[in-house]
Unconditional design. Sequence first.
Length: 93
Amino acid sequence: MRYLAILECPVIFSGENAFGMTSMDMCPSVGITRGLISRHVKVVDSQLFVVSIWDSQFCAKLFFDPAWYEKAETLWGESYQLRLDAIDEARVA
């Protein structure tokens, strides 16, 4: 069963944090991240919206692991949201 991840977070730049990371560094990349089928990115009013579709819940949770959540808390605090949901392919078809 495919899996959906929706991330909403502030846009940050590498000079704004101790990790030297941007908001995009926290996002999966097609062709690099295991199990990622597609990724769609939009920026609106300094907010980054990333919708990604995964082969499985296992692959999504492999990327969004406890270390990812720890970095997200440090980078964005409470100003981010991550939603993970199964895609019911029978209802989509």
